[in-house]
Write a protein that binds this ligand. Structure first.
Ligand SMILES: [Zn+2]
Length: 504
């Protein structure tokens, strides 16, 4: 008997491998966290007894979903904000004058709450671009990593820490702000390149490959306009040296298109390309206000683009040119982005929204996103962005055993006409019965098995009560600064940038 062995006997199996192979009835054999065999009699033929057998009748086995873009620090804020454009939204998300940071326990519980919501909905891996307000620390980083270790989800985590003065990240803002506000921003805490790279060094040493490879590290510059040149270069070198994914938000808003022209005299995609940093390790997040030249550069670099359609709609950022990116051969993955811009971490909704949104781009229905490509973006696409495409995102022998079992006797699949279409257009996560990460059952029959979820939820409510004063202070500060940001946003909105990604 192998303590780490598990048999799923007689399930319908959707492998989502490159050939999109499907078994009407098959066994999945799992040993030591990997898929050891798949096939109609794989379990019967297996030479060793199993530690556990799950009867698969009436269930669908498929790869777990991968949330390719997420910021766990937003987990406290689901439902808290009205619809706002990114630049005003960020006044609440990362208050530019925040005086003090998160405590370790708050960061732990906050991360955990999001991880558990994902496991419940069949998300087995998350690519977390974690920011720290106002500065990153060993304590706040370790709290996040420890939460992912304990939750049992697979996680690749970056430190997303801008390190330039707030008003330098935007066009016009320095001119619009009163002198006193500018001076306060000059004095706000920022971390040096040396300090941040030292934190990365420790993060890699302590956590990269931890939990038998379940936890990993990515680098992040947040966005090219938010970091110093030497820090940007240091991150790029780190990404190459350790083959780490490099997270970068590019051209999420029209204002950023204007900024590229004002600050660098070119598109931000071309700017990153000209610096020599645009490569296959990069996961370019959003890529909405991109032009044809940008699309060519993205395609040539081999990077992956993370599409977050619900977040983009929530913040009115515009619509990513999905069809053009796909036609250029740019690999696409899907993300929820954070809980204050999606308000849930439901990747089923993300896929459905993406599938529907891009029908607006063309009357040629043959160009519209198809269910199979949405499912691939949710799985193999995310694995590629995490630089784990050779072992994650499909049910295949030798791959990590990250999978979900869905009950086919639910409203989503009754009657069952087309499995892939119903996964994208009918399923909402409610059919997920079992979630398995690295061969370990972490959610089943309505219960998280790795930690005491009700206790964590209760603690979250308690911690939130303690945060109220700080949240109110941040709200007042955002309200004070908002008129200046509003002026900046409206000024940028009026500029002709030679393209339009809004409907109007
Ligand atoms: Zn983001």
């Amino acid at each position: 008997m192998n303590a780490g062995s598990l048999l799923i006997r007689g399930a319908r199996v959707l492998t989502l491998d490159e050939g999109d192979r499907e078994w009407p009835l098959a066994d999945v054999v799992i040993e030591n966290g990997r898929i050891a065999a798949i096939g109609p009699d794989a379990g019967t033929a297996w030479p060793r007894p199993f530690a556990r057998t799950i009867e698969g009748r009436g269930l669908l086995a498929m790869p777990g979903l991968i949330n390719a873009h997420f910021h766990s620090p937003g987990n406290l804020m689901k439902g808290s904000l009205p619809g706002l454009p990114l630049e005003i939204f960020m006044l609440h998300e990362v208050p530019p004058l925040a005086p003090s940071g998160d405590g370790g326990r708050l960061a732990y519980v906050r991360t955990m709450i999001g991880a558990l919501e994902m496991l419940r909905r069949g998300v087995t891996a998350v690519h977390d671009d974690a920011y720290h307000v106002p500065v990153a620390s060993v304590e706040s980083i370790d709290a996040i990593m420890q939460a992912y270790a304990d939750a049992g989800i697979r996680a690749t985590v970056a430190i997303d820490q801008p390190n330039i003065v707030e008003y330098q990240k935007y066009p016009y803002l320095a001119d619009v702000l009163p002198e006193a506000e500018r001076r306060a921003m000059d004095d706000a805490p920022r971390q040096s390149t040396e300090e941040l790279l030292a934190l990365y060094g420790r993060l890699i040493e302590r956590w990269h490959g931890a939990e038998d490879g379940r936890l990993a590290v990515a680098v992040s510059c947040s966005a090219p306009q938010r970091v110093t040149d030497d820090y940007f270069a240091g991150l790029s070198a780190l990404s190459r040296r350790h083959d780490l994914p490099f997270n970068i938000h590019i051209l999420e808003t029209k204002l950023q298109r204007v900024l590229g022209r004002e600050k660098f005299g070119k598109s931000l995609v071309r700017h990153v390309h000209d610096l020599g940093f645009l490569d296959e390790r990069m996961m370019v997040i959003h890529a909405i206000w991109i032009d044809d030249d940008d699309i060519r550069l993205l395609a040539d670099s081999g990077c992956t683009v993370a599409h977050n359609p619900i977040c983009n709609l929530r913040l009115g950022s515009g619509v990513m040119p999905y069809g053009k990116l796909r036609a250029a051969g740019v690999p696409i993955c899907l993300g929820s982005d954070e809980m204050n811009t999606d308000d849930s971490v439901n990747l089923w909704f993300v896929a459905k929204t993406a599938a529907l949104l891009h029908t607006l781009a063309t009357p040629d229905w043959r160009q519209w996103p198809q269910p199979a490509e949405m499912l691939a973006a949710l799985t193999r696409g995310g694995a590629r962005a995490m630089r784990r495409a050779d072992r994650l995102g499909q049910l295949a022998v030798g791959f990590d055993a990250d999978l979900v079992l869905l009950d086919l006797d639910t409203v989503s699949f009754t009657p069952l006409n087309d499995l892939r279409r119903q996964l994208v257009h009918c399923e909402d996560g409610g059919s997920v019965r079992t979630t398995i990460v690295a061969g370990r059952v972490v959610y089943e029959a309505g219960r998280i098995t790795s930690v005491d979820e009700p206790a964590l939820r209760a603690e979250m409510r308690e911690l939130m009560a303690g945060c109220q004063a700080q949240q109110e202070r941040a709200g007042r500060e955002a309200a004070r600064l908002e008129p200046y940001y509003r002026e900046m946003v409206l000024r940028a909105a009026a500029v002709d940038v030679g393209m339009n990604r809004w409907l109007s």
